[in-house]
Design a protein around this ligand. Structure first.
Ligand SMILES: NC(=O)c1ccc[n+]([C@@H]2O[C@H](COP(=O)([O-])OP(=O)(O)OC[C@H]3O[C@@H](n4cnc5c(N)ncnc54)[C@H](OP(=O)(O)O)[C@@H]3O)[C@@H](O)[C@H]2O)c1
Length: 252
């Protein structure tokens, strides 16, 4: 056992340093799947059904930086519903940095929904500067799909009843959006783990115990242990721990 040499203090006054710590690998030859979650010390993924109660200033800062660095935000329909998702919001400075880095000014939100059960009147459509992308299951209701397309969504369909990681990779490859940021939720993350498709997990440990009935950050019918190694561990003065884990063995 030894003290880890990759742990350091979280430094919000050095956003360039934080952006460098969370940079995606360069010269990607395949889509890179990064997942981001916040959890309590005792493993709760939510408080009263939403993740907001777990947030801390450091978590919010890194949440924004991760969005700034990605090409696309991927989220399960359950999270989009419970967290009332709208489009990603980027400051003028962030948009400028993105454009300088060769990214679109604002990343679109890609919602994964087997049933296409997304409300076309939701904030995903009303409160956004870029149209959402919908990745739906093979058997999704054609009327629901037509309504979402009419509302402006770019629709992609899986070859299976559920959406698999390969469907996500296919869609983002077609759209040339290789830097993926998946913001959950636990069902979608569980699927991605079961598909052996996760390149990286950024996890915030919120300095609180929660108890209750909240689930953990990933659930799936089958377990698939994936060895990971820490890329960095940051600690903030309030006790927040931000860690970044990457696969020990590349998946491609
Ligand atoms: N702490 C955090 O960082 C964090 C992050 C995200 C979410 N959460 C919390 O997690 C809870 C939601 O959990 P959840 O498991 O319901 O979230 P989820 O994975 O976002 O949503 C589940 C729904 O998403 C769709 N979906 C997910 N995986 C799919 C797949 N492989 N194929 C097709 N559709 C898929 C399905 O939608 P349809 O039913 O439309 O087919 C499914 O019903 C909320 O309380 C939320 O606050 C916490």
């Amino acid at each position: 056992m030894h003290r880890t040499h990759i742990a350091t203090y979280f430094t919000p006054e050095d956003p360039d340093g934080l952006r460098a710590l969370y940079a995606y690998p360069e010269n990607l030859t395949h889509p890179w799947l990064r997942v981001n979650f916040v959890s309590s010390i005792d493993g709760a993924v939510s408080v009263s059904g939403v993740s907001g109660g777990l947030g801390t200033p450091a978590d919010k800062t890194v949440f924004g930086i991760l969005r700034e660095l990605c090409d696309v935000v991927v989220v399960g329909a359950g999270t989009a519903r419970s967290e009332n998702y709208g489009g990603a919001v980027m400051s003028d400075d962030a948009q400028e940095r993105r454009v300088d880095a060769g990214l679109a000014p604002v990343p679109p939100i890609l919602i994964v929904s087997a049933r296409a059960s997304v409300d076309p009147d939701s904030r995903l459509f009303r409160d956004t500067t870029v149209p959402p992308i919908l990745l739906v299951g093979r058997d999704a209701d054609p009327v629901a799909v037509a309504n979402l397309r009419a509302a402006g969504a770019d629709i992609h369909r899986s070859d299976n009843p559920a959406v698999r990681s390969i469907d996500i990779e296919k869609a983002v490859s077609q759209l040339n959006l290789p830097r993926i940021l998946c913001e959950g939720g636990p069902s979608l993350f569980g699927q991605l783990i079961a598909d052996d498709a996760v390149d990286e997990l950024c996890i915030t440990t919120s300095p609180q115990l929660v108890g209750g009935a909240a689930g953990r950050i990933a659930t799936s019918p089958h377990a698939l242990p994936t060895p990971m190694t820490p890329a960095h561990i940051l600690t903030d003065a309030d006790g927040t721990i931000l860690s970044r884990w990457v696969r020990r063995r590349p998946r491609h």
